[in-house]
Design a protein around this ligand. Structure first.
Ligand SMILES: *[C@@H]1O[C@H](CO)[C@@H](O)[C@H](O)[C@H]1NC(C)=O
Ligand SMILES: *[C@@H]1O[C@H](CO)[C@@H](O)[C@H](O)[C@H]1NC(C)=O
Ligand SMILES: *[C@@H]1O[C@H](CO)[C@@H](O)[C@H](O)[C@H]1NC(C)=O
Ligand SMILES: *[C@@H]1O[C@H](CO)[C@@H](O)[C@H](O)[C@H]1NC(C)=O
Ligand SMILES: *[C@@H]1O[C@H](CO)[C@@H](O)[C@H](O)[C@H]1NC(C)=O
Ligand SMILES: *[C@@H]1O[C@H](CO)[C@@H](O)[C@H](O)[C@H]1NC(C)=O
Ligand SMILES: *[C@@H]1O[C@H](CO)[C@@H](O)[C@H](O)[C@H]1NC(C)=O
Ligand SMILES: *[C@@H]1O[C@H](CO)[C@@H](O)[C@H](O)[C@H]1NC(C)=O
Length: 757
């Protein structure tokens, strides 16, 4: 019967699709980008999970930003990490270390060698110590599970060192410090306690984390210790130790006769009680290690990896795709219900590291893939403003900082607003928070030793000049970067003010969004091109070398040169093209960026450069330049990222390249370039999807990638851009015809430049 047959085929297809869904995590390589400065965190975790359980490697002189290093010795396996960050290590707190033999001085900063190479997959990590102990790790959202297998016949221990943090060797004063804590071992064998720490990249004051640990084996002995300064460990009676300052360290040592020991630990930002609840709820007594791993795999598949499906069978591409999706979902951390700062019914996310990295193309992808989480993140940002006074540009250990350039949460709120994020977001408050950034200079406290002139904690430190002069003088560090970014931030205020019907504000901020032009010196030259953003004061422009790179906190340009920052105010692109001397010069100038090695794929300020050709009607060059970067600088090996992942910022840049679109944050615009695969389907939530197909390409984006024609929602399309409403708001289709040579398929309007008159 035809019906039967149809049914059979469908069932076969469904089974095939189901097994394909189960397989997606197998394409994730948790070590991709973990070396060579990528700093990806390879340990066990869940999407936006509070626990990130992984190894901490100690190698003197080398900072381990996410705990992991391919070399060095294990100082512990700890529950808290960041993802792919630079600057200085943060966390490495709540740790255990398995040790073999009699331990006479447990708090002497013991490290153990690594044997072989660590292994890991989604929700699972495994390492072998030089003492022959196999360590396996898995995690739920707020708890973790350790499984130790010791050599038969050995004295087996687990060390709990409350003072353990990731150290920093960079010598910039950003190293974390242990500041005190306590540890109690109870009669039933479980332990509880808390540790207080400070500093790290965001120069945070003291913060406290609570923990609650269980062993599923009975210890033959348990001891608690203190160690003052560099003196040896002193055993303390009664299973209870505490210290009120960092000068006395505390810890415990559990000794077992079993060769397999399972340890379950919960953490909480609120209390030891809540830490115990977290582990009891998520990994209760008797939980099989394998079931935690299985749950992790299934959660990653369902909530994250299945959001993008393709027909590609190329394992390298699949690995790049799913590994990138994975690494953009580690932070921010969903700490809803775990906010030590204030009580509120709003969601709470932190570990924002940093919006300076993420506003360019990452938060736009977060909205596409995780609309529910994204709305929660936007509400959380506004709630942070409500209670801490300012939106964060970055935030870790529940403390804002540091702000590298502008107040870039403004760009993100504007992006969310214009793309219709509403739900439970209070946009009147959202706009108030943005106005605070735009109008109220933040107190310069605490003073940043690396940029003491104005706040790097939050807000816009250089606001006095921006408000009074319309430009920023060198009395403020990072003056040019800040001016360029403040202009973009003010454009964000214009967008939201317009939407809320605040006409006067809208006019004012649109005007202010053009003030980057006050830094444009038409006579500044470099490599034969004229016109760059430069430092200036009341007397006029200050000569500079636009090629000079590497500026840092105290310099006029932050982490990139004028060649990069001169392109950053995309909301005013039409005017910028005129200032640069017209479309032809702009093409030559962009070509020069790539041919002369000026392009820097290792850092975010140049993220949008390969795509800007669309603004001068050379979509074909956006395709070829961006594809060269994507295929040349991103690889499936441990050093496969061009620079710090930065919370997944690098990975999202690559994902957009695969998709064939590039978002212009703060506007509904997406620039069109060219997709990699014959077919890709993006799940937009609520049953909506975006289907992107291509014919005539090589199916993998390596060649034959020039657009010959395009249909959007089945209609011929000649513009090199589209909007959120076109394909994301209700879903849609993009049908590309690709080919080996560039053709001029565009005739429509250029992408909008709303600030250009
Ligand atoms: C370890 O300590 C136990 C008990 O104190 C002792 O019997 C044993 O000899 C020690 N082993 C080593 C290797 O020191
Ligand atoms: C641990 O230290 C905190 C802060 O000093 C204190 O409030 C708490 O009572 C201590 N707990 C124990 C069990 O000593
Ligand atoms: C921990 O040690 C104390 C004192 O030695 C003992 O009373 C208690 O039973 C031990 N608990 C466990 C679970 O080992
Ligand atoms: C362990 O490291 C801490 C922090 O670096 C240091 O203060 C302490 O003196 C060290 N202890 C020993 C025994 O080396
Ligand atoms: C964030 O955490 C809260 C509390 O556990 C939970 O209710 C919410 O669903 C989480 N959000 C997402 C997107 O998973
Ligand atoms: C726009 O800015 C200029 C100077 O920056 C100022 O003179 C002018 O009044 C502003 N216009 C509006 C509408 O705010
Ligand atoms: C640029 O140079 C020209 C020619 O020397 C001069 O007339 C003009 O004032 C200069 N412009 C600026 C903004 O310095
Ligand atoms: C592409 O073709 C259109 C329509 O004929 C024309 O307006 C446009 O100038 C052409 N673009 C280029 C870069 O040649």
């Amino acid at each position: 019967m035809p019906t039967m047959r149809y049914f059979t085929i469908l069932t076969g297809l469904t089974l095939f699709l189901l097994s394909a869904a189960e397989d997606l995590s197998q394409h994730v390589d948790v070590f991709m980008g973990s070396e060579g400065g990528g700093n990806d965190f390879p340990g066990a975790t869940r999407p936006f999970g509070m626990v990130k359980l992984g190894p901490d490697l100690l190698q003197s002189g080398t900072d381990a930003y996410s705990g992991y290093l391919p070399t060095g010795e294990f100082s512990g396996f700890s529950m808290m990490h960041e993802q792919g960050t630079g600057g200085a290590p943060k966390y490495g707190t709540v740790s255990q270390l398995p040790l073999v033999g009699n331990i006479s001085d447990p708090l002497s900063n013991i490290t153990v060698a690594r044997d072989g190479t660590d292994q890991g997959s989604v929700g699972y990590y495994k390492a072998q110590t030089g003492q022959g102990v196999e360590v396996e790790l898995s995690a739920s959202s707020r708890a973790g599970i350790y499984r130790y297998n010791y050599p038969i016949g050995s004295v087996t221990n687990v060390l709990i060192d409350v003072s353990h943090v990731l150290p920093s060797f960079r010598g910039q004063g950003l190293g974390q410090n242990y500041k005190g804590g306590n540890l109690t071992i109870f009669q039933d064998g479980h332990y509880e306690g808390q540790g207080t720490y400070d500093n790290g990249w965001n120069e945070a004051p003291d913060w406290t984390i609570y923990f609650c640990g269980h062993f599923d084996s009975t210890a033959t002995s348990n001891k608690t210790y203190t160690a003052a300064g560099s003196a040896g460990s002193v055993e303390q009676p009664d299973g209870e130790v505490s210290s009120s300052s960092g000068s006395t360290r505390i810890g415990g040592l559990f000794t077992f006769s079993d060769t397999e020991v399972i340890s379950r630990v919960g953490i909480s930002w609120i209390s030891t009680e809540q830490a115990c609840d977290n582990v009891d709820r998520e990994i209760p007594k008797g939980t099989k290690f394998a079931s935690v791993v299985d749950d992790a795999v299934s959660e990653w598949n369902t909530k994250v990896l299945s959001k993008i499906k393709t027909t590609s069978t190329d394992e390298t591409s699949l690995s790049l795709l799913y590994t990138s999706l994975y690494f953009m979902h580690l932070i921010p951390t969903n700490q809803t219900g775990e906010n030590p700062g204030w009580k509120s019914n709003e969601p709470y996310y932190q570990d924002i590291f940093t919006f300076w990295d993420l506003f360019r193309c990452s938060t736009a992808l977060m909205q596409v893939l995780q609309p529910t989480a994204y709305e929660e993140q936007i509400r959380s940002l506004i709630d942070i403003w409500r209670h801490d006074g300012y939106l964060p540009d970055a935030r870790s250990s529940n403390y804002n900082g540091r702000t590298q350039g502008g107040s870039n949460a403004d760009n993100i709120l504007a992006d969310a607003y214009v793309k219709g994020v509403r739900g439970q977001v209070n946009w009147q408050d959202g706009y108030r928070a943005m106005v605070e950034d735009a109008e109220i200079t933040p107190a310069n406290y605490p003073v940043d030793p690396m940029a003491s002139d104005s706040s790097t904690h939050q807000g816009r430190g250089a606001l006095p000049d921006w408000l009074n002069l319309g430009y920023i003088t060198p009395r403020f560090s990072r003056a040019v970067t800040r001016a360029v970014e403040y202009a973009c931030n003010d454009f964000g205020l214009y967008q939201v003010a317009s939407g809320l019907g605040k006409e006067d504000d809208a006019r004012k901020y649109l005007n202010r969004s053009r003030n980057w032009r006050n830094h444009w010196n038409p006579n500044q030259t470099s490599l034969g091109f004229s016109g760059f953003v430069v430092p200036r004061n009341a007397d006029g422009f200050i000569a500079t070398d636009p090629l000079k790179d590497g500026g840092y906190w105290g310099d006029p340009y932050y982490e990139a040169s004028s060649w990069a920052y001169s392109w950053n105010d995309v909301h005013d692109m039409k005017h910028l093209v005129e200032l640069m001397g017209g479309a032809e010069t702009v093409v030559q100038r962009l070509d020069t960026v790539f041919s002369k090695g000026i392009f820097d794929s290792t850092n975010e300020p140049m993220f949008n450069l390969p795509y800007l050709y669309n603004y001068v009607d050379r979509q074909d060059l956006s395709v070829s330049q961006s594809r060269k970067v994507a295929k040349g600088d991103y690889h499936t090996d441990p050093s496969g990222l061009p620079g710090n992942s930065d919370a997944g910022a690098m990975q999202t840049w690559l994902l957009w390249n695969m998709i064939g679109l590039y978002p212009i944050t703060g506007q509904t615009t997406f620039l069109i370039h060219s997709p990699w695969f014959e077919s890709m389907t993006i799940d937009l939530g609520d049953g909506k999807k975006l289907e992107i197909t291509s014919t005539g390409g090589d199916g993998n984006g390596d060649s034959d990638y020039y657009v010959q024609s395009l249909k959007v929602n089945r209609k011929a399309w000649a513009q090199n851009w589209l909007t959120w409403e076109d394909v994301f708001a209700d879903g849609g289709t993009l049908e590309f015809e690709l080919g080996p040579t560039a053709v001029n398929w565009t005739s429509g309007a250029l992408p909008p430049s709303p600030a250009s008159e």
